[in-house]
Design a protein around this ligand. Structure first.
Ligand code: HEM
Length: 490
């Protein structure tokens, strides 16, 4: 009897697998389901998406469909064809994927908030006069934090720290003081935020272990509390960015609980990228002396900057001068370490036409994923020796910005794509660039900064963070630093 039941169940399972199993139809991209039923390639994808997708690109070319945890995902790696996905908002939708992620990571639901009105609201605050005010405020906080870091130290005394932790903590705290205007809980918010951020990729993939889940829940709740309007109103001004955000959500019919949770989303969106970007940039400079010398020489050439003391508005001086070498270093840093994944749901059957004229049928209910990190950013046909940091890759011989890149003889619209593209691209780009620039210039003009071990190599990437914006290192790079006696020593 038992044996018969077992055989029946086995037969049923085989029938289900055959029935549910998908085969490639004419006109569809190559299909790679992986060996594991339902899971498909999920484990390899989550462990190191760049390595996995690189392997699939070798095997199948610029377009293929993989099975990942029950979803069929068509990966498109031809930058000349990206616009055909990004510009079609009828067949490709982001709102459902976004809603799922907000719920999973931030326990947040914003049912009535239209993405376009939210984006419009945020954009307003990161341009024109508001942008200038934010950037000046950021500059003041960075200077104060830099000086307070040295309180209690003798003038020529060295301090030691990991470069990642130094950059993340200074930029996070200055960013929090600027945007959230709350002074008395900065250190605690930063500490909790780092715990939460460390678990975020696993939260998004639902792969937390029991203990990690507890830690993530407790950090999230503590952060909600620390950022809550009641808590914030103590220190922040009536017309601050945060107060205005709460008013916006209120007008959109969002209740107080969700408003509180939304503040954590804003904290993460605005603070998770600049610190890691500054780390990689300074890390590349410290491990590439010729690049460091080129940047320092450019700074020395900014005559007005020579006389800056910490009291001067660095921001105005930087705005008035072009800095092509620094700009190239930043572009090259982001090419190597910014790894956003642009996902869309196919909500209507679609014939996707690629730039080379080939057409593919995409099925409704599947997903499409663009991963600009692999192409254009790390594509050897576009950028020679893409693994190598070349500080002048984005410089023409006449020291103008190099922004024309080609693949198969065709000029690309996107040579790199660190800020995303289309309707969800980064609205804080200008603020982020100014912030990173002020930060690096401040550090180089006011600190002696060197690696503890002059032979050290730049730390490798934490592979689980592909797809979540700026990459983070697996460990840290130990540095020592002290305040310069004068800036002319540089
Ligand atoms: C190097 C630094 C940064 C990088 C590389 C970066 C990159 C990105 C990317 C790729 C996206 C799109 C995400 C997606 O499509 O899923 C994004 C969105 C966003 N970024 Fe940034 N970002 C940086 C810094 C900042 C800063 C400093 C701010 C503000 C203070 C900011 C504000 C935002 C906002 C508000 C969005 C959401 C836009 C929307 O939903 O429409 N970013 N960022």
């Amino acid at each position: 009897m038992l044996w018969t039941i077992f055989l029946l169940l086995k037969g049923l399972l085989i029938l289900i697998l055959i029935y549910c199993s998908r085969t490639r139809q004419k006109n569809e991209p190559p299909l790679d389901k992986g060996f594991l039923p339902w899971l498909g390639h999920a484990l390899e994808f989550g462990k190191d998406a760049a390595k996995f997708l690189g392997r699939m690109k070798e095997k199948h070319g610029d377009i293929f469909t993989v099975r990942v945890a029950g979803h069929y995902v068509t990966v498109l790696l031809d930058p000349n064809s990206f616009d055909n996905v990004l510009n079609d908002t009828v067949c490709f939708d982001f709102s459902h994927i976004k809603t799922q992620l907000l719920k999973r990571i931030f326990r947040l639901q914003l049912p009535n908030v239209k993405p376009t009105s939210e984006r419009k609201w945020i954009k307003k605050h990161f341009q024109g006069l508001s942008l200038f005010k934010f950037s000046s405020c950021m500059n003041t906080h960075l200077q104060n934090l830099l000086l307070s870091n040295h309180k209690g130290c003798g003038p020529s005394e060295w301090r030691q720290d990991g470069l990642f932790s130094l950059c993340y903590s200074l930029l996070f705290r200055a960013g929090y003081l600027t945007l959230f205007e709350r002074r008395d809980n900065t250190a605690e918010v930063y500490k909790e935020f780092r715990k939460f951020d460390d678990l975020l990729t696993k939260l998004a993939r639902c792969s937390l272990k029991r203990e990690e889940m507890k830690a993530a829940n407790s950090s999230r709740e503590r952060l909600w509390e620390l950022l809550s309007p009641g808590c914030l109103s103590g220190g922040s001004q009536e017309n601050s960015w945060q107060q205005s955000y709460h008013r916006f959500l209120q007008e959109e019919g969002i209740d107080a609980e969700m408003q509180k949770r939304a503040a954590l989303l804003q904290l993460w969106t605005t603070q998770c990228n600049a610190g890691p970007a500054a780390f990689w940039l300074l890390g590349f400079l410290l491990t590439h002396p010729e690049a460091m010398e080129a940047v320092k020489s450019e700074i020395r050439g900014l005559s007005a900057l020579q006389d800056t003391s910490l009291q001067h508005p660095l921001i105005s001086l930087l705005e008035a001068h072009s800095t092509p070498v620094f700009d190239s270093v930043l572009s090259e840093t982001l090419r190597l370490t910014a790894a956003v994944m642009i996902n869309r749901e196919v909500v209507q059957d679609k014939i996707l036409r690629l730039a080379n004229g080939q057409e593919y049928h995409l099925r409704r209910g599947d997903r499409v994923c663009l991963f600009p990190f692999l192409s254009p950013q790390m594509d050897p046909q576009i950028h020679q020796e893409p693994q190598i940091f070349k500080y002048d890759r984005f410089l023409n011989e006449d020291m103008t910005v190099k922004d024309k890149f080609y693949k198969d003889g065709k000029m690309l619209k996107y040579g790199t794509m660190p800020w995303g593209a289309g309707r969800n691209s980064c609205v804080g780009k200008e603020f982020a660039v100014t912030t990173i620039k002020q930060f690096v210039f401040l550090l180089l003009t006011h600190l002696d900064l060197e690696m503890c071990n002059p032979e050290a190599k730049l730390t490798s990437v934490n592979p689980s963070r592909y797809g979540f914006g700026m990459l983070q290192p697996d460990g840290d790079l130990q540095v020592r630093y002290r305040l310069k006696r004068t800036q002319h020593e540089m």
